[in-house]
Design a protein around this ligand. Sequence first.
Ligand code: GLC
Length: 659
Amino acid sequence: MIQKYVFGTPFPTDAVVMNMEPAKDSLPFFTVDEQGRFTYALAEDDIVYGLGEQIRGINKRGWQYVSWNYDNPNHHEDARSLYGAHNFILIRGAVTFGAFFDYAGKMTFDIGYTNRSQMTIQAAKNDLVVYIITGETEKDIVKQFRQIIGRSYIPPLWAFGYGQSRWGYKTEQDIRTVAEKYKAAGIPIDSIYLDIDYMERYKDFTVDTERFPNLKKFSEEMQAQGIHLVPIIDAGVKIEKDYDVYEEGVEKNYFCKNAEGGDFVGAVWPGRVHFPDFLQPEARAWFGKKYSVLTEQGIDGFWNDMNEPAIFYTEDRLANTCAEIEKLTSGNMGINEYFAFTGMVAGLNGNIGDYDKFYHNVDGKMVKHSEVHNLYGMNMTRSAFEALQKISPDKRTLFFSRSSYIGAHRYGGIWQGDNKSWWSHILQSMQQLPALNMAGFLFTGCDTGGFGCDTTEDLVLRWLQYSLFTPLFRNHAADGTREQELYQFENVQATGEMIRIRYSLIPYLYSEFLKAALHDEMMFKPLVFDFPEDDMAKQVEDQLLLGNELMIAPIYKQNAQGRYVYLPEEMMLVRMRSCEDYETEVLPKGHHYVAAALDELVFFIRNQKAIPFAKAAENTAELDMHALTMLGYPDCSYELYVDDGISSDMENSLKVSML
Ligand code: GLC
C-alpha cells in the first residue's frame, strides 16, 4: 500500500506519474517537529537501504547524506553528495517500509550520524510530499514504488556492448586508431565515445571540422565496423556572438535568469555560459531539437554531462575572490592567510551560494534555482529523450546522464560519474547498484578502469570482472591519466577474454534487464531480499544477486588471489578464463574461500538454475541471440526475454520463450 502525505506547498517534480489522493490520516512511522524534521527511531538491527547514487555501503546507517546534485570528483568516504538525488529509502527491521521524500531542493538524511539510534530527515523548506510504502517484502515495496514512478528507460541492445571512451581523443584519426587497435586485438566493441574535444570550442551541437572534417562520413565508416559513436552534450551554452544556440536562447528567453532579469552567467568548459532553463517546456523542446544536428550525421547515442549544473565559477565570486586574494597577498602571507587563500580558490567550484543567484521561469513565476536544483539534470535528459522520440519515433536512442533525480530513470540511464582508478571504487560502484535499481535506474554502470588517476593492468582486469555484469559497460578515463584502452596492457589476451565473456552473457543480461524494466523489479539485489530469513545474508555488503539466476562476488582488492564468499544456499561456482575454458563446482551453503587467479572470472549460479550463454561475437549486431547453450545446473529451464533490440515499441517485438 502507498500513502501520500503533503506538507506545505511542494514544487511538482514529476517524479511520480501516478495520480494519487493525499491520505486522510497523519504520517505513520515518523514524528514531524515544527522545524520540519522527520524523525524515526532506529532499532539496533534495522537496516536502511536506498538513496541511489551515494557513497558508503548498501546499508546506509552511520552517515549523513545530503541530496544536492553536485559535480564531485572526489567520491571519498566523507563526501555527502554526488551527482544524483534519489530520496527513496527502505527500512528493514521490526517494521519494514519504504519512504520517498519528493523534494526538489536540498535535503539531508541523517541516518544514525548525529545519534546512532535515530534517523532524521529534513528538507531545506517544509514543502514536500512524502510517500510511505508498506508491503509483504522488500521486493514488493520496491515494486509498488517503481509502479508509481513509471517504467524505466530501455536502451537499444547495442548499448549492452562494450564501449571505449577517453577524454583526450581529439581527432577522427584518434578514434579510428582506437577502433583499429580493438579490431587488431580481436576484442569485441560496440561504441566509442566522443568527449568534449569533438566540439568547436566546447559549443554544444557543433563539430570541430578540423578534427572531424566529415562526421557523417566518419560515423558511417564506424557503423560499417559495427561501432556507434556516442558524443557528449554539456548543459552550459557558450556565450558567443553568432553561435545559433546562444543567439536563439537569448532571443527566446530560454536561459536561466539572474535577479536583475538578465541571462545568468556561469563558467564551465567553454568559458562563460548560459544555462538552458530546462524547467520551461518550450526551452526543453527547443534544446532537444538541437540533438538532430548530430542524429542527422548518423549519431544514435548521447551522454549528457555537467548537468547538476556544474559551475566552475561565477564572475562575481571570481572577482571578489581575486580582490580578497590581493589583500591576503599584499603583505607577508602568514599561514592562516595561506589557508584562507587556498580555501577561497577551492570554494569557487560548485559554490552552493551561486545556486541562489539564478532563476527558472515556471509558468511565468520566477523560481530560485536552489529550490529546484535537483531537477535540472533530469530535465536536460528529458529534453533530449522527448525530442528524439519525435526525431526518430521508431528507434530507441542511447542516453545517459551524469546528474539525475527520480523520474529521470524514464528518459535515460546514468553513469556513476568521475570515480578514480582505486580498488575501493569497484566496491563503491557495486554498492550503489541495488539502491539505483530501487529508484528506477537500471541502465547504469561506472567508468571501468577508473576515470581519475593512473590505472594498472591488474586493476583493469579485476574491474572488468565486475563491470562485465553491469548494463552500461564503458571504459572511460580522464585527460592526462595513463591510457587504459585494453590493448595498452601486456595481457591483452586476458582482458579480451573478459569482453568476450560479456558478449556471451548479453542474452542473459539483456533478458534480465527487460524483465526488471517491464515488471518494475530490481536487476541487482542485496542477498537478503531473496533470503529474508538468513541473518548472515543481511550483512553481506560485497556480493549481489543478479537477476534470478546469478550471484556476483567480484574481487576488489589489490593482489588478492581469491576472496571469501558467503553462499545463502547451495550454488554452482563458475571459474572462467574464457568462454570455452572454464570449470564449475557445486558448493554448499555457507562460507567459502574462492581462489581466482587474475585472469579468472568467478561468479555463481543459484541452486537449480541455469542461464543462456551465447557464442561471443565482434559486436552486438553479430551476436546470435538465439543460438544459445545453457550454463548451470542440468535440466533447468530459463525464461528468455528478447526483442529486436531497437524498436521504440519494444513490446511488439518482445518474445518470451522457455529454454
Ligand atoms: C566531466 C565528466 C567526464 C568527462 C569530462 C570532460 O568530468 O564527468 O566524464 O570526461 O567532464 O568532458
